[in-house]
Write a new protein. Sequence first.
Length: 414
Amino acid sequence: MSNGHSHHDEPALTVRPGSSTAAVHGGGRPPRTWPRGTSTPIFQSSTFELDDDAYADIVATGGEGTWWYTRLGNPTLDAVSARIAALEGAEDAVVFGSGMAAITTTILALTRAGGRVVAARELYGDVFDLLRQTIADAGRTVRFVALDDLAAWKAELAGADTMYVETLSNPMLRLADLPALAALAREAGAVAIVDNTFTSPVNLRPLEHGFDVVVHSATKYLNGHSDLVAGAVVGPSDKLAAVRQLAVRLGGCLDPSAASRLDQSLKTLALRVERQNENAAHLARWLQSHPEVQAVSYPLLDSHPDAQLAQRLLAGGGGMVTFQVSGGDRRAAAVMNSLRLALQATSLGGVETLISAPHNTSHLGLSTPEREAIGILPGTLRLSVGVEDVADLVDDLDQALTRTAASVIGEAMS
Ligand code: PLP
């Protein structure tokens, strides 16, 4: 090989192996030293060859310095973890097979049995159910508090182990006073955990605002191509050691192929999110002035209840825009069916624009009054804005809103 590396470090065992042996062992073993490519190799291996040094490390430390089984550690997973830690400005990170695996492991690792977790009432539905049922069944007391009720947070946090919040609520994109919440957690000696999925580290790095641990559904902005499911936890080494130890027991580790694709996608995270910020801010302003639109929620709009906080905390408003069309949910469905570019799908953060109605997807589990209490009124649509040319997205939404207007289709829809 021109770079001095050989394919074969070890001599072949037999001169003329049978075809089954050749199929399994032919070509020899991989070289011990590989050339450095421009991207991280995929170590698509569940296990790794051991030698005397590896056994010595396993006996002495439990194998901390050795890659020997992928659920315990794998070079591709370590590489993508290190990139995510760098993006959040953290010491350490662990990746998982889903956001839910990351969140479950983190909450259980950092809240003692018999201890208490104080969580925001406004949470992603599966995480709300996880806390209310599974975490409570696992012997932790769970208390829910309204995001903006700082007095209630202070009261509930006394003696608590952990705080759990999200950076932007779904779908109304409410923003909590995160530095104030982190300060309350610190005062109470509770570990402050925050889900940064909706903002991404491009728009907000919660560790800089006093949070201890950040969790992600890496399925969303971190990966950005809607082609895999993954999760991540980042924070200081001592907290992450507890998370990693429980991750090994609970399982939920990420597959190396998915880790490699996530690693590659992360290289364009800032490019994608900056474009999504621009597109979403443009669409939010345009929708606000559209006669067929009744209300728009976007953190950087002056009409947003948390606009001042958003301007102080966020580097960009993010790629999510929630809006309400006149004519209720039937009209909303007609608008979605008329779109040519935006795809009807849940999830978010991908390069392609997605649209969904919370009442029959993300917030199906809530009654109509419960939905209205958190601002989801009939006709509400949630856009995850992609990286397309914004003029094309405007045209697409405009034709859908115009074609479905009551004045055009000749019936009052309500
Ligand atoms: N957190 C938030 C804010 C989410 O939106 C989601 C998924 O939709 C999750 C966590 C769960 O992540 P995953 O679907 O990757 O398990």
